[in-house]
Design a protein around this ligand. Structure first.
Ligand SMILES: NC(=O)c1ccc[n+]([C@@H]2O[C@H](COP(=O)([O-])OP(=O)(O)OC[C@H]3O[C@@H](n4cnc5c(N)ncnc54)[C@H](OP(=O)(O)O)[C@@H]3O)[C@@H](O)[C@H]2O)c1
Length: 298
């Protein structure tokens, strides 16, 4: 049966994938801060929405009475969150509270996206109930947002993910695969860290995980990342193999040389048993993801 699904942050990478996936069989109300970046605006409704304005959230809920709300909107610039902690709290924590209150009032099911950065990276890969210990303000804000839901009375699911990659229209933010692909193909020299380990996640896989939560009306915390764990260096090396580029252009470096404002966890990755068993989640391998991306880019 068709459902009404409200998506926040619909201009972002995950947001755009969700609009395309869900509009086929549902009434999708896509919202984001700016004007709509998706060129084909048939078959869904678009409204600008700043999720830090509770009054505006309530107006949209009043108008559409969504069955499900998928909150992809966030301040996602990890170093930027160290610079502007107040704004980070407003978007990543306080606004989640507004959304959860609206969901409670309108009996909507809230699906919220969180991150591997809630962990310190000392004992990855992680299960859903492992102890969080964020190293960065971004990670802390997402951990606080999870607690907002844990303490709320609305129906909720949290999907935790890791390094999203993929392509969408007019993206405001680059991702490592798009950036690495271009640099490799242009023959540029790349300095890539070899001391951080992650499971890169195809944006379509995470969108599919959201779909499965809706289908099963699932409640609780679920890991939803790619299935392969690799160092960032290995990720770029595997991309060079895939694109048949010269690997000698990739230099190994240590993350200490980057002097990034926010600390990053050394080794994350997720154990996906719960989402595979309970949701039927089936992520692509990294190379399958690159193959799909190549089709989209050509
Ligand atoms: N990207 C990753 O590697 C990664 C890893 C782990 C977890 N996550 C989580 O996954 C989710 C989706 O990530 P993503 O990469 O798709 O994000 P993204 O591409 O950075 O998009 C986020 C969107 O949020 C919107 N936004 C920002 N502030 C807003 C506000 N006040 N009100 C309404 N919308 C606002 C922006 O909309 P406009 O474009 O309209 O300004 C932006 O398009 C986020 O919750 C993120 O924390 C991401």
């Amino acid at each position: 049966m068709s459902k009404t699904i409200l998506i926040t942050g619909s201009n972002g990478l995950l947001g755009q994938k969700l609009v395309h996936l869900l509009k086929q069989k549902n009434q999708v109300v896509a919202t984001s801060l700016g004007s709509c970046l998706i060129s084909d605006q048939s078959d869904f409704i678009y409204q600008s929405l700043d999720i830090t304005e509770e009054k505006n959230i309530l107006q949209i809920f009043e108008k559409y009475k969504p069955d499900f709300v998928i909150n992809t909107a966030a301040m996602t610039n990890v170093d930027g969150c160290e610079d502007d902690k107040e704004l980070c709290d407003k978007i990543n924590v306080i606004a989640v509270n507004y959304l959860s209150r609206a969901c409670e009032k309108f009996n909507s099911h809230l699906i919220h996206i969180s991150t591997d950065f809630i962990f310190d990276g000392e004992n990855g890969p992680y299960r859903e109930n492992d102890q969080a210990n964020p190293l960065s303000y971004y990670g802390l804000s997402k951990w606080k947002s999870e607690q907002v839901l844990q303490q709320s009375n609305c129906k909720w699911a949290i999907l935790r993910t890791i390094i999203l990659y993929g392509t969408a229209e007019n993206l405001q933010r680059n991702n490592i695969v798009l950036w690495g692909r271009k640099a490799l193909k242009d023959g540029q020299e790349l300095n890539i860290i070899d001391d951080q380990f992650r499971s890169p996640t195809l944006a379509e896989d995470l969108a599919q995980a959201c779909y499965l939560v809706i289908e099963k009306e699932a409640i609780g915390v679920y890991n939803a990342s790619g299935k392969d764990i690799m160092s960032i260096y290995e990720m770029v090396e595997r991309m060079a193999d895939f694109y048949q580029c010269d690997k000698s252009q990739i230099n190994r470096i240590s993350s200490t040389t980057l002097n990034q404002k926010a600390k990053r966890p050394p080794k994350t990755g997720f154990i996906l048993d719960k989402s595979i068993k309970e949701l039927g989640y089936k992520p692509h391998s990294f190379e399958e993801g690159l193959t799909l991306l190549e089709k989209q880019l050509n």
